[in-house]
Design a protein around this ligand. Structure first.
Ligand SMILES: *[C@@H]1O[C@H](CO)[C@@H](O)[C@H](O)[C@H]1NC(C)=O
Ligand SMILES: *[C@@H]1O[C@H](CO)[C@@H](O)[C@H](O)[C@H]1NC(C)=O
Ligand SMILES: *[C@@H]1O[C@H](CO)[C@@H](O)[C@H](O)[C@H]1NC(C)=O
Length: 463
């Protein structure tokens, strides 16, 4: 026990030191640049919804290698806004090329360019066309989910030889936030229950299926969730504050590709006149029915949803994380023989303050396999599994899995991969809270890592 406490002190000092203002959390890479941006302003009153798409947001430019992307909702004074006031349903950042002569003012990011003027840069998979094509994206878990990509890996962007002639690269941000101050049913509003929004038609006026009880179609931009009788509150200005970390591109960087799996994807393979092809059909959301009384009594109320995929081209898994909504109890990506590639589990808050809101998922654990240790082969079958606690009913939940895959490992490893990689570079204002939160996360991570090792011999750093 004594031994154990000494280790905690060592870890505590280490974490504090590595998150000190002006120090480098990434000791081994001093080239990392960090910049903090604010999204265009959005305004929310009690019960209201904003689902905005901002084209041409502020973003580092040039041929660079992205290392991390973190975000949170802040108010006009720059204070973190807790999820029980403004629920962050999701934010998504996508990359696109736009014609240089496109006649749209993008300065405020508020105007959508014409579709014929831009091209989204797709990630590696799997849903069709305009779904899940983001580079980064998270929801309520954003404050405590690690996004850092370990050296020498990164996402290569802004490569001038890849940008079509006459085009330039830009970034789009979608923020979907729900103000739940004063609402009758906070959980119902965050789960987008149609009855609470008094919605029977979608945003485009199309009638919803009678069995559609909740989900994105009911909490569209400017929808209004039901307030407690007589509640009055002010509308306020909010921003998504986002922090981008990157290094300038050089040939020592090993690029990674993004793959996003959706557990609701019901894909089919066709072999017809157009050749062999696979069509994906991603619903993004699903409902969790509440379990029967007998299962409840037996403590067996878990809804497991899974689907398998054929992984197109092989490579090495560098990072993995799942996305779930409240009620989620973990998600896994594994091979046909059952070998787990990544388990990602939610952390629920248990307080009031931003980053620790009770009942909300405030973080998802991530996987950092020892580089080179987890290799996917061409055409390998992978299974994605998403588990929810079904003791109560949920609408509009998600089961996504995001992985980064490198097609090679570097010839020589320039740096030792120390545990410091797993910790966030805290900014100055978040230092005190951050250090405390980090201690909790470290405790969870160390505990989880030990458990993971003894249970299935899998050694990825899981945070
Ligand atoms: C709900 O919508 C219907 C039809 O749009 C409208 O007549 C009714 O007043 C609304 N109810 C509330 C409580 O807003
Ligand atoms: C696809 O169809 C063609 C023509 O019917 C057939 O020759 C080929 O073997 C099929 N390929 C697969 C993978 O089923
Ligand atoms: C599911 O939630 C219920 C009620 O909150 C809880 O009692 C139960 O332990 C949970 N089950 C699991 C597997 O997390």
């Amino acid at each position: 026990m004594k031994n154990c406490s000494i280790w905690w002190i060592v870890i505590a000092i280490f974490v504090l030191a590595s998150s000190m203002p002006h120090s480098q959390a990434y000791l081994k890479n001093e080239k990392i640049k960090t910049e903090v941006f604010l999204s265009p302003k959005f305004m929310l009153g009690p019960g209201s919804v904003e689902n905005k798409f901002y084209y041409g947001i502020d973003f580092p430019s040039g041929h660079i290698a992205l290392k991390a992307f973190d975000a949170e909702v802040v108010d006009e004074a720059g204070n973190s806004v807790p999820l029980h006031e403004t629920y962050l349903h999701h934010w998504i950042v996508a990359r696109y090329y736009i014609r240089k002569d496109a006649d749209v003012l993008e300065n405020n990011g508020n105007r959508t360019p014409r579709e014929s003027d831009f091209i989204f840069v797709q990630n590696g998979g799997f849903c069709q066309s305009n779904i899940l094509r983001q580079y980064f994206g998270l929801g309520s878990e954003t404050r405590r989910t690690e996004t850092h990509i370990p050296d020498p890996y990164a996402l290569e962007v802004g490569n001038p030889t890849e940008i079509p002639p006459g085009y330039e690269e830009r970034w789009m941000l979608n923020v979907h936030a729900i103000d739940t101050r004063g609402v009758e049913d906070k959980k119902g509003c965050t789960e987008c229950r149609c009855n609470l929004y008094n919605v029977t038609k979608d945003e485009h006026g199309r009638p919803l299926r009678p069995d559609y009880k909740g989900g994105l179609s009911c909490c569209y931009d400017h929808a209004q969730c039901k307030l407690r009788h007589g509640f009055e509150g002010v509308r306020r200005n909010l921003y998504l504050k986002y922090t981008v970390q990157w290094v300038d591109w050089d040939t020592s960087v090993v690029p990674v590709k993004i793959f996003i799996f959706d557990v609701t994807d019901s894909w089919k393979r066709f072999n017809d006149s157009t050749g062999l092809r696979t069509e994906h059909h991603c619903l993004i959301e699903y409902d969790v029915e509440s379990c029967s009384d007998t299962s409840l009594a037996d403590n067996k109320c878990i809804l497991t949803k899974k689907t398998s995929f054929t992984f197109p081209t092989g490579g090495y898994v560098i990072y993995g994380v799942a996305h779930q909504h409240s009620g989620g109890i973990g998600s896994r990506l594994y091979r046909e023989d059952g070998q787990v590639i990544c388990s990602s589990n939610p952390t629920y808050g248990n307080g009031k303050e931003a980053g620790n809101e009770a009942g909300y998922i405030v973080g998802m654990s991530t996987c950092y396999p020892e580089p080179g240790s987890v290799k996917l082969t061409d055409g390998e079958t992978l299974i994605v599994e998403s588990n929810y606690n079904s003791s109560v009913y949920h609408t509009g939940v998600m089961g996504l899995f995001y992985i980064l895959v490198a097609d090679r490992v570097p010839n020589t490893t320039p740096f030792l991969h120390g545990p410091q990689e797993a910790y966030k570079n805290m900014n100055n204002s978040a230092f005190i809270i951050g250090a405390i939160v980090l201690l909790g996360v470290v405790a969870a991570a160390v505990g989880y890592r030990q458990r993971n090792k003894s249970e299935d011999g899998y050694e990825a750093i899981v945070m």
